[in-house]
Design a protein around this ligand. Structure first.
Ligand SMILES: Cc1cc2nc3c(=O)[nH]c(=O)nc-3n(C[C@H](O)[C@H](O)[C@H](O)COP(=O)(O)OP(=O)(O)OC[C@H]3O[C@@H](n4cnc5c(N)ncnc54)[C@H](O)[C@@H]3O)c2cc1C
Length: 439
């Protein structure tokens, strides 16, 4: 099957351009890519400006994602085990990809193409809550709990989000102070506290919430994940953000919310471990969004500088302009290679090995992705001149990405924290390997 592709320089990843790749080997990689590209063109491409202006997501789009089987890979990520596909009634997956073939590269292709419309907010409005909020249930909850929650989530009958961050605890997750205290009969928890910047919170029926069941803010132990249904005492308020308003960034308050003890994910007190585990996939997905937005910036910039004339000739004929494009392109291609190599490493290692060996490089990759996007979009705005800071018109996508890129640099681990963590993790790993080889 041949691939539909942009004919603009640097707009597509090398494997789409037809260059050899060791990674995209399956026919289903190509089938998925073609399917999602067309799906985006048919269902998402024209609505970005409207969503941006209103700050509201269209609920009809979520229903289409559910209808066409997208929610299953959104929730499950890099593999689609039969037992979970069964819970979704064996719904056909996007592009007809067989469930047992779904891998890390399908996960990447899916997100990459969903961001091909040139904004991350339309994808995040439908993906962010489910992908990050269902993860702990998929990986750590009991089978009974999975059967209770997942069918409705996978089929779009209910929505979920991940609620960790608090007004006084962001990067320092262990600082969280939302409390869950058991009732005297041991059947419920009473939850009190606040969560801030929760993606999709406003749309959600369930909140996968990190609460403190023991200890005090600052302790790594005593954190527990509870799935809290929208119920009495739980309030949500939409927050006004710089870009990507439709993704539904939300302030959540819990006032004496009663939650059955059966809603604990995995083991009480193990929440910190689950949070760190969940971050790895979230960080990779943010990298996939960033690389695609870099390519959107390149595509629009290259077309613009070929078209726009100044001083009697197209901008592309100015060596300084070509240097700008060159610097944007070389950094994008380097990021692409880093991302593809990392995806491959994840695909070859067990989950336990990935956690141990890839945490540091994933943190550095997340930082690299957002640093690259910040550079590329800033140069793109400059190349567009006044059109780069004008809403609508040829610079529309670039202008929007400029407002959105910090919404990738900060969530899932702020850029500065990622740089620091990347080094600390890598040093720790090498020390552990040295200690082992000296035994
Ligand atoms: C658009 C958006 C969506 C989000 N979605 C969710 C969600 O769905 N669920 C959820 O739970 N949270 C979500 N968050 C919250 C996000 O995870 C936090 O904003 C992030 O972890 C940073 O925390 P903070 O904002 O409190 O910044 P702080 O922790 O106050 O840090 C501020 C800055 O200080 C610096 N800094 C802090 N610590 C260090 C350090 N150790 N080393 C070096 N520099 C440091 C960094 O520059 C950092 O950016 C979202 C945030 C945004 C903006």
């Amino acid at each position: 099957m041949s691939l539909t592709k942009s004919t603009t320089a640097f707009a597509e990843a090398p494997w789409i351009q037809g260059l050899p790749s060791p990674y995209f080997k399956k026919k289903s990689h190509i089938a998925l890519r073609e399917y999602v590209k067309k799906w985006v063109a048919d269902n998402m491409a024209d609505d970005a400006e409207e969503w941006d202006d209103s700050g509201n997501a269209d609920p009809e789009l979520f229903k289409k994602f559910a209808r066409d089987g997208f929610l299953v890979p959104f929730a499950l990520g890099v593999t689609i085990p039969k037992k979970f596909h069964d819970l979704a009634g064996n719904i056909t997956l996007p592009g007809g990809v067989p469930a047992d073939e779904w891998d890390h590269f399908h996960d990447y292709i899916l997100i990459d193409e969903l961001c091909g419309c040139g904004t991350q907010q339309m994808m995040m409005a439908n993906y962010g809550g489910l992908a990050y909020g269902a993860g702990p249930i998929v990986h750590f909850a009991s089978e009974a709990m999975q059967k209770r929650f997942l069918p409705d989530l996978l089929l779009g009958k209910k929505r979920i989000c991940l609620a960790i961050t608090e007004p006084r605890a962001g990067s320092d997750v262990a600082g969280l102070g939302t409390t869950a205290v058991k009732t005297s009969d041991g059947k419920h928890y009473i939850v009190n506290g606040e969560k801030k910047w929760i993606t999709n919170g406003i749309y959600s029926d369930y909140f996968t919430t990190a609460v403190r069941t023991s200890g005090k803010p600052g302790d790594h132990s005593g954190i527990t994940f509870l799935v809290i249904p929208r119920s009495e005492g739980l309030e949500t308020r939409k927050m006004k953000m710089m870009g990507g308003g439709a993704s539904g960034t939300t302030y959540v308050t819990f006032e004496d919310v009663k939650v059955p003890v059966e809603n604990v994910v995995g083991k009480e007190g193990e929440g910190f471990k689950y949070i760190m585990w969940n971050f790895l996939h979230e960080r990779m997905t943010i990298c996939y969004v960033a690389i695609r937005l870099c390519r959107v910036c390149l595509e629009d910039s290259v077309e613009h500088v070929k078209r726009r004339k100044a001083f009697g000739k197209p901008l592309i004929e100015q060596p300084v302009v070509r240097h700008k494009i060159a610097n944007m392109a070389r950094q994008t291609e380097a990021l692409q290679a880093f991302i593809e190599a990392s995806i491959y490493q994840y695909s070859q290692l067990s989950t336990a090995e990935s956690n141990l060996k890839l945490g540091g490089t994933t943190a550095l990759l997340k930082a690299q992705s957002t640093i690259t996007l910040e550079y590329v979009v800033s140069e793109a705005v400059m190349l567009f001149g006044g059109m780069g800071i004008t809403k609508g018109g040829a610079g529309e996508r670039v202008e929007r990405i400029f407002r959105e890129f910090k919404a990738l640099s900060i969530p899932g681990g702020s850029q500065d924290v990622m740089l620091d963590l990347g080094v600390r993790q890598q040093l720790k790993l090498i020390e552990a390997q040295r200690a082992k080889s000296n035994l």
